[in-house]
Design a protein around this ligand. Structure first.
Ligand code: NDP
Ligand code: HSE
Length: 445
């Protein structure tokens, strides 16, 4: 049978993974598809660099010629960024080609328009590799859990961020040093602030939430906080309390709306998610029928991501022969059955909290702080006062240089975020509090 012809946009970390897997596993893949699949053309910026890879692929710097090539059946985008990727995929779709992409930024922000264009052209857009690297989480949400009302999902969905937090916690390495290694290993985004500021995780969360809850993509509704302010001190205090700090993406459907949030989170150390380290990702999904299910695997890297992309290519090969009505819907639910849930804002989020205060070691300070919580009706789960540092040796001395400063750690019970913000404002206004209050959310999962 005539081979299916793939045009790759991008032949970097992910593109090479796709090319290598399709070549190495060609016989096994053909046993699944019934047709051979060949990467025939690839677009890059630096032709000489790509040709030096010595792959049996026609290399071009003219990406447009690939999406317009009548001999290309499926366009596979692994170039990243917004433009020219968006325009190229629109052209590919208009030319009747099925599209596979690893570009989560593109799907999260422009997915609704791309999917609409694909429906109009009777082609598919697949994006498994855009979320959680090699873990087939989109397939699990869209097909494996199709019987369920999905209630919430929570995941460690950025490999670079998890690698940084794990290395800092386990080996005491510096943030900058670990980030440089993640970049060298090909895990990080072209702009690594996407990884460390949580934007990449927010892209992935927006995609998973759409597929889980059957709603249009809503990247703007994701509250996003990165890991750059997580300190070794907090990692150690959390450890003493029996928690690990992880960068978590959480989507929860409540009676009154949907919470979508990405932020550093204290997770009890016994939870499986708390023990997901390095570049590994994991997603915990709770369905009403199945209960909790957990998906774990490499969250970034050439062949793990290539694995997810090739799985999408195989599905797209099947789409070449299946009527649109017989395909799995691109966002899991029928297009006319997507719902418009209310997106909750931060004051309505429900979470427990870890607070770190630095207070002058004076009688009555703790009582004043706990009184603020009492008046707001916030229950305290645990309180820990650390050894005082003498002001003249500490970083936050008072004028005399003699009053010791004590770190105070508080864990609250689950409460509306608006109330915690009020408590922090009141604590911050006390003259005995010497530094800004640190707040990290706590999820028992
Ligand atoms: P790389 O930087 O390693 O590769 C990008 C490739 O695209 C290179 O071949 C580059 O060519 C080519 N390219 C970029 N811009 C253009 C352009 N304007 N015209 C033609 N070619 C272009 O990126 P990755 O492989 O790491 O990432 C690609 C995509 O996959 C991104 O969207 C990323 O978010 C996503 N992704 C990455 C993962 C990973 O582990 N790295 C995991 C999951 C998703 P040249 O080298 O000549 O500049
Ligand atoms: N930069 C991303 C990460 C790549 O580190 O998770 C995988 O999506």
């Amino acid at each position: 049978m005539k081979p299916v012809s793939i045009g790759l946009l991008g032949l970097g970390t992910v593109g090479q993974g796709v090319a290598n897997i399709l070549l190495r596993n060609s016989a096994e893949i053909e046993r699944r598809t019934g047709r051979p699949i060949r990467v025939t053309r690839a677009a890059v910026r630096n032709q000489a660099k790509a040709e030096a890879l010595a792959l049996d692929i026609d290399i071009t710097t003219d990406a447009d010629s690939i999406v317009s090539d009548p001999d290309i059946d499926i366009v596979c985008e692994a170039m990243g960024g917004e433009e020219p990727a968006l325009q190229l995929l629109h052209k590919a779709i208009a030319n009747g080609k099925h599209v596979v992409t690893a570009n989560k930024a593109l799907i999260a922000v422009h997915g609704n328009e791309l999917l609409e264009a694909a429906r109009d052209s009777n082609v598919s857009v697949s994006y498994e590799s855009a979320v959680a690297g090699g873990i087939p989480i989109i397939k699990a949400l869209r097909e494996g859990l199709a019987a369920n009302r999905i209630q919430w999902l929570a995941g460690i969905i950025n490999g670079t961020g998890n690698f940084i937090l794990s290395e800092m916690a386990e080996k005491g390495r510096s943030f900058a040093d670990v980030l440089a290694e993640a970049q060298a290993l090909g895990y990080a985004e072209a702009d690594p602030t996407f990884d460390v500021e949580g934007i990449d995780a927010a892209h992935k969360l927006a995609i998973m939430a759409s597929v889980a809850f059957g709603m249009p993509l809503q990247f703007d509704a994701v509250y996003t906080e990165g890991i750059s302010h997580v300190t070794r001190e907090d990692v150690e205090f959390a450890d003493e309390l029996g928690y690990r700090i992880k960068h978590l993406g959480l989507a929860r459907k409540r009676q009154d709306g949907v919470e979508l949030r990405v932020h550093p989170t204290l997770i009890p150390e016994k939870r499986l998610l708390a023990n997901v380290n390095g570049v590994m990702n994991a997603v915990l999904v709770h369905g009403d029928a199945v209960g909790p299910t957990l998906y774990y695997g490499a969250g970034a890297g050439s062949e793990p991501t290539g694995s997810a992309m090739v799985a999408d290519i195989i599905d797209a090969v099947r789409c070449l022969h299946a009527e649109p009505a017989h395909r799995v819907p691109m966002l899991a639910f029928q297009d006319d059955a997507l719902s418009s849930h209310v997106m909750l804002d931060t004051p309505d989020y429900l979470s427990a909290y870890y607070l770190r205060l630095h207070a002058l070691d004076q009688p009555g300070v703790l009582a004043t702080v706990t009184d603020i919580f009492g008046k707001l009706g916030i229950s305290i789960e645990a309180i820990m006062q650390k050894e005082p540092a003498m002001a003249d040796s500490g970083e936050a001395a008072d004028e005399s240089g003699e009053v010791p400063i004590v770190p105070i750690i508080l864990l609250t019970r689950r409460v509306r975020e608006g109330l915690i913000e009020q408590a922090i404002d009141r604590i911050q206004a006390l003259t005995t509090i010497t530094q800004p209050v640190t707040r990290i959310r706590v999820e028992s999962l």
